[in-house]
Design a protein around this ligand. Structure first.
Ligand code: SF4
Length: 229
């Protein structure tokens, strides 16, 4: 369906976490999800996730005024995505929250995403978190979620992320672009950059460069980026 339509059918759903790859490099996302170069049957695996998780016990832990839920399956018809949140913290909030089955009072969700490394310069982690919040808002019909959290394993720090209108707009535009690429079976051409040094798909991406002089330029750029070379 087109990005202008109001909602996507389940057959059109893309993986929420793909926005993390897409923000890093559009070509990398397309190699994985359009060409399925690395992750076999991603659509099948993820498509069953929502239904499987939906039958799991939702709430696993309660600490004072916080209910902590792990690996909660989420989706958005408006964005055409499905995935999961590492953790959703439901904070007691009788004014802005929503009722939860078997719980007294109202609760407002806050997604928490765990990352092994440290804070990224680009917005990929924040966009993934924002997309999770947008799914939760749609599923629970709750008030806007103003903040989410990123926890970085390397630095053992929790970062509070404001889920701004700008971040939301960027996420919407990226998912619309991803749907368009997926529908067309389109993989963007190589745009060598600093990201390539940290990209595990270098071995797949380089042979797909269109002409020989581009390969030479790519290698030259990479060598110039390595200190002491
Ligand atoms: S090697 Fe570079 S251009 Fe190719 S997929 Fe990775 S980041 Fe993108």
């Amino acid at each position: 369906m087109s990005a202008a339509a109001e909602s996507y059918g389940e057959d059109d759903y893309l993986l929420l976490s793909g926005i993390h790859q897409f923000a890093f490099c559009r070509r990398r996302w397309a190699l994985i999800y359009v060409e399925q170069q690395r992750e076999d049957n991603w659509r099948t695996v993820d498509g069953s996730l929502f239904h499987k998780r939906a039958h799991d016990p939702f709430f696993t832990e309660k600490r004072r005024d916080v209910i902590i839920t792990r690996e909660m399956a989420v989706r958005s018809r408006a964005l055409g995505i499905t995935g999961q949140c590492d953790i959703v913290e439901f904070l007691r909030d009788d004014e802005r929250g929503v009722p939860l089955s078997g719980r007294t009072g109202n609760w407002h969700p806050r997604p928490v995403e765990y990352k092994r490394g440290k804070r990224q310069e680009n917005d990929s982690d924040r966009l993934q978190l924002c997309a999770q919040a947008m799914c939760l808002e749609e599923m629970l019909a709750c008030q806007p979620i103003e903040q989410g959290c990123l926890y970085y394993g390397e630095t053992k720090r929790r970062e509070y992320v404001d889920l701004t209108d700008e971040l939301r707009d960027t996420a919407r535009k990226m998912f619309a672009e991803m749907h368009e690429y997926f529908r067309r079976g389109y993989t963007p051409r190589v745009k060598p950059g600093r990201s390539c040094r940290a990209c595990s798909l270098c071995d797949i991406c380089i042979p797909k460069l269109p002409v020989e002089h581009s390969v030479r330029k790519y290698i030259k750029d990479m060598m110039e980026d390595i200190p002491g070379v």
